[in-house]
Design a protein around this ligand. Structure first.
Ligand code: PEP
Ligand code: MN
Length: 690
């Protein structure tokens, strides 16, 4: 542990002295970061000489494990250390890639003046993306604001600018059609992409109030993305403007307190406006992807992950699109985007915009394009360009636990039983879609990259109820540190007595979502009513339907209409056949992402809260392709029984467990007696994952 000054010392120190100390440390950190960057640029020169790849996953893994271990000795947690080093490695990889790109394109190290055309004025989202993109590449850039996307492209085509930056799609409202149509006709080549987080704000004069706003200027895209917020503004009229930043500027020049604009926080700063509300999009995480185009295509060094964009229209005969797509599969090429647009003037004919992973310089890509050309009525290559994202090297909890970070502990890992050979019951009664007969292979459910089913073992953990910000944050940290992958927390509680704590509702869900984001953990929470389903599904990565609702058929059907994985708990007096029939209500509505959960049933035995029916696991696995997880907490009702039951669940072949933890179980508002304390949870995780 690091040394800590005692209280007297701390009290005796005034704030300005502490701040001085912080300033000194930050200066030192920055100096070291710059020194590290210099080292990394030396490394790329060596890599260039010996033709070695930019990334070496093994070395990155080793580096992360090593840094996590050092950080631990300073009292820093693994999640924090990983985040910091992901950022550092990302910077280093980008810098090295840019170096190679300059060499490949004989670019004079970015000291020439570049002119960048964008749509809008200063403070617009395009302008901000342009700044993000070019400020690191070149010391001198001038930005040319244009009124329309077409003017942006024309400025580059006519040589008045060197680069065009245009938004092409965003994560909540989809593709920007006008830009797709321009790409079809332009002579420019795509040379880069940029993904930028967009945080829309409602801006108005400083004296304005939210209730006094009568008119809002915004772009059509912003209106779509902020529709929920706009619908909550009473008597307010929306007026489209192609440039909301410009509307903001006009508002700042006038004196009307009843008008507002949806624009960036940067625009508020530039024009002296107040931010009446921040982050008003329907989806909190809102990203726009921009493309950067130039007159000449770029060459991308083969060591850099690369994307290529093309436009294609296929013959109008059955199966023509499938045939074209098969060419990609045959050449082992991964598609990252497929978007269709009508061909103007030819009703019912479509143009397909395709992005794929690959470089025009690669043989397999050349081959693919040759074959596609033979099958197409029209094909145009828009360009090859470096992928913007650098996928970070991830360290699994198992790697971390086995890396010596816990040296000294003698842990015997528990092996997971193999799933029983699918025993097909030919008389599957009342269910079909969930049965092995219908689908022989295991379903693997993907929750933001976390895979449930198909051989692995995952741990979902968190408090029974969300009680406070601090409680949930503490739990989330603990889950992450010990290798849990999904954060649970009840916000709407199905309590046996109406006088018991009923949960924090949506306020709790916001806390859970914040904790999930902070620690990079998807979240799961229970839904009790159909009215809440959609709103909960917007925020929660998974939906839980509890034991008491296993046969609430309208609720099941509603969950079947969502696009979120559903964890369905076995009713406490339900047979396995009834569980599978209940599952069918969800599947039949379209949602195929269901996870079954054994959580204990009512028997004559009273020694435990419920009787954990471990035989449910192999039976369900034999009858259904869906993942099965076990909840030892609600079955046991008593914390000491939870670890042995959890280990047994793994041994019997479950795909994971869901377990309750609490920083102070004696103060818990629900299910305290069964909640593991943090050290008990850490110990269990070592046994499960080591
Ligand atoms: C829960 O997981 O919070 C819960 C209420 O569980 P069950 O529905 O299994 O009782
Ligand atoms: Mn509970």
């Amino acid at each position: 542990m690091n040394e800590q000054k005692n209280d007297e010392d701390t009290v005796g120190t005034d704030l300005s002295t502490v701040r001085e100390e912080i300033n000194r440390i930050d200066r030192e950190l920055l100096r070291l970061l710059s020194e590290r960057r210099a080292c990394s640029s030396k490394a790329v020169q060596v890599k260039e000489l010996v033709h070695s790849p930019i990334r070496d996953r093994g070395r990155e893994e080793q580096l992360l494990l090593d840094r996590i271990q050092i950080a631990k000795s300073f009292g820093l947690d693994a999640h924090y250390t990983t985040k910091v080093f992901h950022q550092i490695l990302d910077d280093s990889i980008h810098a090295q890639q840019e170096h190679l790109q300059r060499l490949a394109n004989a670019d004079k190290a970015g000291d020439a003046l570049v002119r960048v055309a964008f749509q809008g004025i200063e403070g617009s989202f395009s302008h901000m993306a342009a700044l993000e993109c070019f400020s690191s590449r070149t010391s001198q850039a001038v930005y040319l604001g244009c009124q329309t996307f077409k003017e942006v492209m024309t400025a580059v085509e006519q040589g008045r600018a060197d680069y065009a930056i245009v938004p092409v799609e965003d994560t909540s409202s989809g593709g920007i059609n006008e830009v797709y149509d321009l790409l079809l006709h332009t002579q420019l080549a795509i040379v880069a992409e940029k993904k930028s987080r967009v945080v829309y704000c409602l801006l108005a004069l400083p004296a304005a109030t939210l209730s006094g706003i009568k008119k809002v200027f915004c772009s059509p895209a912003a209106a779509l993305q902020c529709s929920n917020f706009l619908s909550r503004l009473p008597n307010c009229h929306v007026e489209y403007s192609t440039d909301a930043s410009l509307s903001g500027k006009r508002i700042s020049e006038g004196s009307d307190k009843s008008v507002a604009a949806i624009a960036s926080e940067e625009a508020a700063r530039l024009f002296g406006l107040a931010v009446l509300e921040r982050g008003i999009t329907n989806q909190e995480e809102n990203y726009t992807r921009f493309l950067i185009a130039a007159r000449k295509p770029v060459k991308v060094d083969l060591r850099i992950p690369c994307k290529t964009s093309i436009v294609i229209s296929t013959a109008q005969k059955p199966g023509a699109l499938v045939e074209a797509l098969l060419v990609f599969r045959e050449n082992g090429i991964n598609l990252t985007k497929l978007e269709s647009r009508p061909v103007i003037g030819n009703p019912w004919e479509e143009m397909f915009y395709v992005d794929f992973e690959g470089n025009l310089e690669e043989d397999r890509v050349k081959l693919t394009l040759d074959e596609l050309t033979r099958k197409a009525r029209f094909i145009k290559v828009l360009g090859s360009y470096p992928c913007e994202e650098v996928p970070p090297t991830q360290i699994s909890a198992k790697q971390r636990l086995n890396s010596g970070a816990n040296a000294g502990a003698e842990i015997k890992p528990v092996a997971k039983a193999a799933a029983p050979a699918p025993k097909v019951s030919s008389k599957a009664k009342g269910y079909r879609l969930g049965s092995r007969e219908y689908k022989a292979e295991d379903t693997i459910i993907d929750v933001r990259g976390i895979k449930i089913g198909g051989g692995g073992f995952v741990v979902l953990a968190g408090p029974c109820s969300v009680e406070s910000y601090d409680q949930v944050m503490a739990c989330a940290r603990e889950v992450k540190e010990n290798g849990g992958v999904i954060l649970r927390g009840g916000c709407f509680k199905p309590r046996t007595s109406p006088y018991s704590f009923q949960g924090m509702g949506y306020e709790g869900l916001d806390i859970l979502a914040q904790a999930g984001r902070k620690y990079g953990l998807p979240i799961i929470t229970e839904v009790l009513s159909i009215e809440d389903m959609e709103r909960v599904a917007e925020k929660s990565d998974m939906i839980q339907i509890g034991a008491r609702n296993m046969q609430n058929f309208t609720l099941l059907s509603e969950a079947g209409r969502m696009h979120r994985p559903v964890l369905l708990k076995r009713g406490m007096s339900s047979s396995l056949e009834e569980l599978l029939q209940a599952t069918e209500y969800i599947l039949a509505q379209g949602n195929q992402q269901v996870i079954l959960c054994e959580r204990g049933i009512r028997t004559f035995e009273t020694a435990t809260r419920s009787t954990l029916d471990l035989s449910a696991v192999p039976v369900l696995k034999a009858r259904s392709h869906l993942p099965v997880i076990v909840d030892p907490s609600h079955a046991a009702g008593e914390r000491d029984l939870v670890p042995p039951l959890a280990l047994a669940a793994k041994a019997v072949g479950a795909d994971g467990i869901i377990v309750e933890i609490h920083p102070e179980p004696e103060k818990a508002l629900s299910d305290g007696p069964q909640a593991l304390r943090f050290p008990e949870f850490a110990d269990l995780m070592l046994r499960l994952l080591a």
